[in-house]
Design a protein around this ligand. Structure first.
Ligand code: SAM
Length: 240
C-alpha cells in the first residue's frame, strides 16, 4: 500500500537524462555523493542497502570500496539504468519505500537513502522498516532537501508556505529532452529528528556539507552559491 504514488512515472521518463545529469552535476557528483561517501567512511565488508538507488552511482562507489550492496528503487526505468551501469550480478529490486521492505530483520549494517526521503509525506513507516532491516548499531545515512533552504526559495517565488507545516509542491524537470512532473514534500527539521527517534534511531550527525573544492574551477558560476548556502541536509542516525 502506498501513502502517495511514488514519482516513479516521472523518473521513468527522465531516467536516461537524469542519469547523465546526476553522473556529472555539481549537485550530485561534486556535492551530495562525496558528502554521503565521506559520512559512510570505510565501508569495506559492510552490507549496505542503497534505498532509492536511482541509476546506481552511489551503489557503484560503495561496491568499489568493498561493501556488499543491495539497491532498491521505485522506478523501473531508473533501475534499468542501474542494471546497465552495475551489471547482471548486481542485487537490484523494484520496491517502493512507502511499503514494507522485502528483507528479513537485521539484514544490513547500513542503509543509505540519498535524496529520496523528501518524496515521502510520512517518514514514519519507512523509517520503521529501515530500522527493522538494520542490525542494532547499524546506521542510516540520509540526505534530503534542506527544509529551511526549500522554504526560503518557496517564499521568494510565491505564496509563503508555513515552515512548520508539512507541505508538498510539484516541479517540472526537463532532462535528455524529456519532461516530467515530480512531487516533493517539505517538513520542518524538528519533525525529521522526531521521526528518526520515534523509529528507534539515535541521531549521531547532522551535517551541512560544502561542495568539494575541485568543483570550483569546473563550475565557476554556481560553486560560490552552493558553497555559501546549503541545499541538502545530511543525517547519520544509529539503530538502537
Ligand atoms: C533524486 S533521485 C536520487 C537517486 C540516487 N539515490 C542518487 O543519489 O543518485 C531520487 C530517486 O528516488 C526514487 N524514489 C522516489 N520515491 C521513491 C519511493 N517511494 N520508493 C523508492 N524509490 C523512490 C526515484 O525514483 C529516484 O530514482
Amino acid at each position: 500500500m502506498t501513502q502517495d504514488a511514488p514519482p516513479a512515472d516521472g523518473y521513468d521518463s527522465l531516467a536516461e537524462g537524469y542519469t547523465a545529469e546526476n553522473d556529472n552535476s555539481l549537485m550530485n557528483a561534486y556535492y551530495e555523493r562525496p558528502a554521503a561517501l565521506a559520512l559512510a567512511g570505510d565501508v569495506a565488508g559492510r552490507r549496505i542497502l542503497d534505498a532509492g538507488c536511482g541509476s546506481g552511482p552511489l551503489f557503484a562507489e560503495l561496491r568499489a570500496r568493498g561493501a556488499t550492496v543491495t539497491g532498491i528503487e521505485a522506478s523501473a526505468g531508473m533501475l534499468e539504468q542501474a542494471r546497465q551501469r552495475l551489471g547482471a550480478d548486481a542485487d537490484l529490486r523494484v520496491a517502493d519505500l512507502a511499503d514494507p521492505l522485502p528483507f528479513p530483520d537485521d539484514s544490513f549494517d547500513d542503509v543509505i537513502a540519498s535524496l529520496v526521503l523528501h518524496y515521502l509525506r510520512d517518514w514514519g513507516p519507512t523509517l520503521a522498516e529501515m530500522r527493522r532491516v538494520l542490525r542494532t548499531g547499524g546506521r542510516l545515512i540520509a540526505s534530503v532537501n534542506h527544509p529551511m533552504a526549500m522554504n526560503l526559495l518557496h517564499r521568494q517565488s510565491g505564496p509563503r508556505p508555513d515552515y512548520f507545516e508539512t507541505y508538498d509542491w510539484t516541479e517540472e524537470w526537463t532532462m535528455g529532452g524529456r519532461t516530467a512532473q515530480l512531487r516533493f514534500w517539505n517538513q520542518p527539521l524538528h519533525r525529521m529528528t522526531d521521526a528518526f527517534t520515534a523509529a528507534g534511531f539515535r541521531i549521531d550527525v547532522v551535517s551541512e556539507p560544502h561542495p568539494v573544492p575541485a568543483a570550483r574551477e569546473k563550475f565557476p558560476d554556481d560553486f560560490h552559491l552552493l558553497d555559501t548556502f546549503p541545499t541538502f541536509l545530511f543525517f547519520v542516525v544509529q539503530a538502537e
